[in-house]
Write a protein that binds this ligand. Sequence first.
Ligand code: ZN
Length: 345
Amino acid sequence: MQAVQLIAHGKPGQFQLHDLPDPKPAVGEVVAQVFACGLNHLDLWLEEGGLPLPIPLPRTPGCEIAGAILATGEGVRDWKRGDRVAVQSNIFCGQCEYCSHGEESLCLNSQMVGVERDGGFAEQVVVPERALAELPHNVDFVTSAALTLAGSTAMHMLTSRATVRAGDWVLVIGASSGVGSAAIQIARQLGARVIATASSREKQDLALKLGAEHVVNTNNESWPAEVRKITSKHGVNLVVEHIGGKVLEQAFNCLARGGAVVACGATAGREVMLNLWPFFVKEHRLIGSYGRNRVDLKRTLEWAAAGKLLPVVHRIFPLAETPRAFAALRERTVLGKLVMRTSSA
Ligand SMILES: [Zn+2]
C-alpha cells in the first residue's frame, strides 16, 4: 500500500510517500481501506514535534479517517468486509474507570491515531474495532473525514462539556476552522444566537453563511467590547475557544455573569493570565474539553446524515501533495477543512 511518512522533525514538509507492506489485523483489530482523511492542527504539531509526547519516526499522520473494512482480525464479530466506517481518533482502552462510564475522552490508556500509532495518510490503516463508528448510508467519505474529528470535538464541547439553552448567546472563536465551522452550526441547532470571530472578509462571509448573526474581527483590538455591544452589554453565555493565548484571556471579557469558556485547544499559546477578581465575582467557569466520546461521534454522524451539520471542505489533496496540504493549513487561509483523498472509491 501507499503511505505517507513523516521522516524527520526540525523543518516543515519532511514527508515521503512510500510503498509499504499491507498491514495485518491483530486480535480485535480491523484493516480499513482509507478513502478520505481530514487534516487538523494536531497534524501540524506532529510535523513540528510540538507535542508534549515522544513521537517515534517515521510516522504516518492522519487522525480523521473514513473508509471501508478490508479485513478483520480474530475475535471481531460486529464488523465485516465492506462496512463503511469512521474512526474515533482518540483510541480508548474500553476498560479503565472512565471508559466504563462512556467517558472515553478521559481514558487512562488512550492513543491518538496518526500520532502515537500510524494514521490515515495511507491507503490502509489498522485500528481496534472499538474505535469504529458506522457511517450512515448518506454520509460520504469526504463528509466524514471533514467532521469526524473537528465536528465531534465541537459536539463534545457544546453538548457534553457545556450546556446551551435556546436563546443563549454563544461566541465561536475562529469561525473558519474545522471546530469553529462545526460549532456555529451546532450552536444554532441548539437554539443559540451566535457571534463568531473571523480575521478576513472570506472568513466573515463563511461565518454568516453557516448561521452566525454577527461577526467580529479579531484584528481589531477592541473586539471584546464589540461583542458586549452586540449583546447590549449582557455578554455571551458561552465562548467556544480553541486558540488559547491572548484570545482566551480576552474571551473572559466577553462573558455574561455565570458564563463559561469551553476550551479545546491552544494553537496560539498554552500559558495564559487570568484575572481572578471578575472570574469569581461574576461566577465564570473555564471548562476543559478534550477529544470526544462515542456519543459525540455518533451524534455528529447522525446530524450529518440529517443535514443538520454540513462539512465545510476547502480543498481535497491527493496523498502525493501532503507537504502542500500541510503548508496550506499552516498559512491559516483555509476556509473549513482540508481533506486528503487516499484511495479512489
Ligand atoms: Zn480507557
